[in-house]
Design a protein around this ligand. Structure first.
Ligand SMILES: Nc1ncnc2c1ncn2[C@@H]1O[C@H](COP(=O)(O)OP(=O)(O)OP(=O)(O)O)[C@@H](O)[C@H]1O
Ligand SMILES: [Zn+2]
Length: 545
């Protein structure tokens, strides 16, 4: 049955260029979206820049720019990189938008009216040298839960707990290097504990991977706490109505950006109705891809806000691990960073997409980028096994058969074996078990190559009597190649495009079971190149940018 699906990725923070760690998520979601579209579903894919908060304000100040023009430059930079990796968003927007301000204030009024917001004076970390309240990312200390040193003020990257910066053990301001003081200020709190029983049953309804459910259980045991949704001036964000020097915390307006980005898309498309997707009990599906570092926000605060304001909740949240280099999370705030644009300068987008797909599963595991392993995977799997399969037989079709495929498949059993494997690959793609799908594709490519090795078509050119057999064998191989490339189309759109040009067809899921016969193909041209050693030099330690 055709489904109507909205898919989101977590919003990149607009304080710098995207690195290949960010692309794990965009690529994972884009593969899934392309797959679902190929299966005939109506899929809308959205994302936006997360454009508010103190870090952006401080960065724009240091560059002597207004925050508005700073985020506008970053926006262009992000969109440019996303396009280079073939991430096919229907709308890539910004949280600094009129729609987001509208929904944020609307939701705030509903929460306030329902008595879910309370104000009280609290003490916060204040950098007395720089005269600012410290944002979470500008203070570090030991995690109050697991005691790991060097953690940010909002959550611990080791145990995943979320906490308030004042709870950090031995905090240090990253702006001045001094120990911050505690300063009193009026803050606004959202009553998260009120939603505990709703959250407990929502969490158990299959929306999250098993290990995330386990993590949430730990958080429930520790007890849910009220959430501070306000920040003091100076701040770059949306003002709290009636309080000139108070702003909404960026983490409140960022997820509301999912709603406003879709609303903005609706204004661009006639056939799209906002409430169809966002009303309570909507029959449309909402799939959200996020990293493991932001589970707390998306699995506790976000569904509670949606519940309170009468919007639908996500159908499923897919959580992924982090891309690491030498075991450390790739991060724009830290030194170890491979920028996406640097990747594109040296390599191509399909290669990163394939590499990630070959490692991604539904388990929340970190993915270590290893240059040598990457080179091996692309050259051995994609070039030697997939592309080579087509190149091994295409010249025969081009030279001896006027570019025309024959009227029959030589090995129907083999062809059928490929067709029946499709249901396994479908299941794996559907469940984001991309590594299993890729393993199956590659083992079938091995079988197809063994078939060529056994049939030795190059020996059949010597005798004209063999011509029908040669024709049927080459046609079989190109049909197997066509199936392999149909499965890989969501993963490697550039290679798929070149394969479509070569085969002179559109690669469609529905055609997997129908052999391509009596059909004219094009002259074979290299569909993609091998990766040379010199191209991966920038991935080796000490060469990061
Ligand atoms: N190294 C990484 N591997 C996988 N996902 C990442 C990585 N870094 C960021 N992300 C994901 O990108 C999304 C949002 O990007 P955002 O810019 O807020 O990341 P961030 O963690 O602040 O990045 P950074 O540490 O580089 O400043 C989140 O889902 C986050 O998990
Ligand atoms: Zn911890």
């Amino acid at each position: 049955m055709k489904k109507r699906i909205l898919v989101t990725c977590a919003f990149p923070y607009a304080n710098g260029s995207l690195h290949i760690g960010h692309f794990l998520e965009h690529i994972q979601a884009d593969i899934w979206v392309r797959y679902k579209k190929m299966r005939g579903h109506e899929v809308w894919f959205i994302c936006a820049d997360d454009a508010h908060g103190t870090p952006i304000m401080l960065k724009s100040q240091s560059l002597k720019m207004s925050p508005e023009s700073f985020i506008s430059d970053i926006y262009k930079d992000h969109v440019n990189d996303l396009e280079k990796f073939n991430i096919n968003y229907d709308n890539y927007y910004s949280t600094h938008s009129s729609e987001n301000s509208y929904f944020l204030k609307k939701i705030y009024h509903i929460l306030d009216k329902k008595g879910l917001i309370q104000t009280r004076n609290i003490f916060q970390l204040f950098d007395n040298t720089k005269r600012v309240f410290l944002p979470d990312r500008f203070v570090k200390g030991a995690c109050p839960i697991c005691h790991t040193k060097d953690q940010y003020g909002d959550h611990c990257e080791v145990c995943g707990s979320s906490y308030s910066a004042v709870e950090l053990i031995k905090p240090v301001s990253m702006l001045s290097g001094n120990c911050p003081i505690l300063k009193k200020s009026l803050h606004f709190f959202f009553n998260l504990p009120y939603f505990e029983s709703m959250l407990r049953s929502w969490v158990m309804s299959g929306v999250l991977q098993a290990s995330v459910v386990k993590k949430l259980d730990e958080w429930f045991k520790l007890g849910l706490r009220e959430w501070d949704i306000s920040r003091d001036s100076p701040y770059f964000g949306f003002n709290i109505p009636g309080f000139l020097d108070k702003y909404f915390y960026v983490w409140l307006d960022a997820p509301i950006g999912y709603i406003s980005t879709f609303k903005n898309l609706c204004t661009q498309r006639n056939n799209l109705n906002f409430l169809d997707f966002w009303k309570k009990n909507s029959e449309c599906e909402l799939y959200q891809f996020i990293g493991k570092d932001i589970v707390y926000f998306h699995s506790l605060f976000w569904p509670s806000i949606l519940e309170a304001s009468n919007f639908r909740k996500p159908t499923k949240i897919f959580v992924h691990g982090h891309v690491t280099i030498n075991g450390l999370k790739l991060s724009k705030s830290r030194g170890d960073c491979i920028l996406a644009k640097n990747w594109i300068k040296n390599l191509d987008s399909d290669s990163l997409r394939y590499y990630y797909a070959s490692k991604l599963s539904s388990k929340i595991q970190d993915i270590e980028v290893n240059a040598k392993h990457f080179l091996y995977k692309i050259n051995s799997d994609v070039v030697n096994k997939i592309v080579n399969l087509a190149s091994r037989v295409s010249s025969f079709i081009n030279i001896y058969f006027n570019n025309e495929l024959s009227s029959r498949i030589d090995d129907l059993a083999l062809y059928k074996r490929f067709v029946t494997s499709s249901s396994y690959i479908e299941k794996m793609l559907e469940n984001c078990e991309f590594n299993s799908a890729i393993s199956m594709v590659i083992s079938l490519a091995d079988i197809a190559n063994s078939y060529v090795d056994n049939k030795k078509p190059w020996n059949l050119t010597k005798n004209i009597k063999n011509s029908n057999t040669l024709h049927d064998i080459c046609t079989t191989v190109l049909n197997l190649f066509r199936i392999l490339m149909t499965w890989l189309k969501p993963v490697m759109p550039d290679l798929a495009k070149n394969s479509e040009k070569f085969l002179n067809i559109k690669l469609e899921w529905a055609n997997i079971c129908i052999p391509l016969l009596n059909h004219k193909i094009s002259i074979f041209k290299a569909l993609r190149h091998r990766i040379e050693d010199k191209q991966i030099k920038f991935l080796l330690p000490n060469n990061f940018e």
